[in-house]
Design a protein around this ligand. Structure first.
Ligand SMILES: NC(=O)c1ccc[n+]([C@@H]2O[C@H](COP(=O)([O-])OP(=O)(O)OC[C@H]3O[C@@H](n4cnc5c(N)ncnc54)[C@H](OP(=O)(O)O)[C@@H]3O)[C@@H](O)[C@H]2O)c1
Length: 279
């Protein structure tokens, strides 16, 4: 299953999605994002995770074009911002993202947050189902959806989300949500797997890194993968982009997985989806 950077999981509609990709949150549009994405593609990455609100879709698209890789070898994800929830506004936001990226389809489009106070994710989902049926998106999903948001969405949906991208790292592994998604056939995807760098000086992880002759980041990324969760670490540094993907030549033992599981404090480090209503 996890032989190299090209390894994929099969989503419930049969689409294959790479287990590991590059995240580009907080990466500046222009030179910074272009060089990060080009480095990733040059070093074998097939999956790039952006979002309208990252305001770097143009640079991501530019990098894809300049890298010369065949479109069907890449897996490109973008996300619908909260302020664009609603049926027509979702169609419009999707077209804007596609134009900025310079692509004619997306591999995965996600509702970025449920944003309950905005209150329109079901309308957005209808639009996404339509875009999916028209073949403009190969897979549709959500991000930051808790179990109750998913239950609510699914109760009115024709198509179940294929992916749920959520905060997921050794301090917050969302066991119940993960089990729920597994039962529903929804693939979990980890954002901020390194807790934006805050986990890199954890003593337990440092000890494991020494044991395996790997870096702390590599131990965490491997742990996410062995949980059967997609992982999209972000870096703008080529040496880290390469290192973060060098996780296919070792395996954490079941005992060491348990040791890492023991770091779970069941506390989010970032926004709570019930309260995140920024538009
Ligand atoms: N759906 C959502 O709501 C949501 C929210 C947050 C993130 N995301 C997605 O998930 C991706 C990853 O999450 P993230 O960017 O928040 O955080 P992350 O991947 O957990 O951590 C990124 C940070 O760690 C540093 N870093 C990366 N690799 C490293 C290494 N090997 N050694 C030392 N430091 C390293 C990076 O710095 P350098 O760049 O300087 O290397 C950066 O400061 C995002 O880019 C985005 O695509 C989605």
């Amino acid at each position: 299953m996890l032989e190299n950077l090209q390894a994929t999981t099969t989503l419930h509609n049969g689409v294959k999605m790479p287990w590991l990709g590059l995240g580009v949150f907080k990466v500046e549009d222009g030179e910074e994002v272009i060089s990060s994405v080009k480095s990733a593609i040059k070093n074998g990455y097939k999956s790039i995770d952006t979002a309208a609100i990252y305001r770097n879709e143009e640079g991501v698209g530019q990098a894809i074009k300049e890298s010369g890789i065949a479109r069907d070898e890449l897996f490109v994800t973008s996300k619908l911002w909260n302020g664009d929830q609603g049926y027509q506004s979702t169609i419009k936001a999707f077209e804007t993202s596609l134009n900025k990226l310079g692509l004619d389809y997306l591999d995965l489009y996600l509702i970025h947050w449920p944003a309950p106070a905005v209150g329109n994710y079901k309308e957005s989902w209808k639009a996404m189902e339509e875009l999916y049926k028209q073949g403009k998106i190969r897979a549709i999903g959500v991000s930051n959806f808790k179990e109750h948001h998913l239950e609510d969405l699914i109760s009115d949906a024709d198509i179940k989300p294929m992916v749920n991208q959520v905060e997921f790292h050794p301090n917050f592994a969302q066991k119940d949500l993960h089990n729920f998604c597994k039962q529903q056939g929804i693939q979990l995807e980890a954002w901020s797997p390194l807790k934006q760098g805050q986990l890199l000086d954890d003593q337990t992880l440092i000890k494991l890194a020494e044991k395996y002759g790997k870096s702390t980041a590599q131990i965490i990324i491997r742990w996410v993968l062995q949980k059967e969760v997609i992982v999209i670490p972000k870096s703008t540094k080529e040496h880290r982009i390469i290192a973060n993907a060098d996780v296919f030549d070792f395996e954490l033992t079941a005992e060491d997985i348990k040791v890492i599981d023991g770091l779970d404090t069941n506390q989010r480090a970032f926004a709570d989806p019930d309260e995140m209503n920024k538009v």
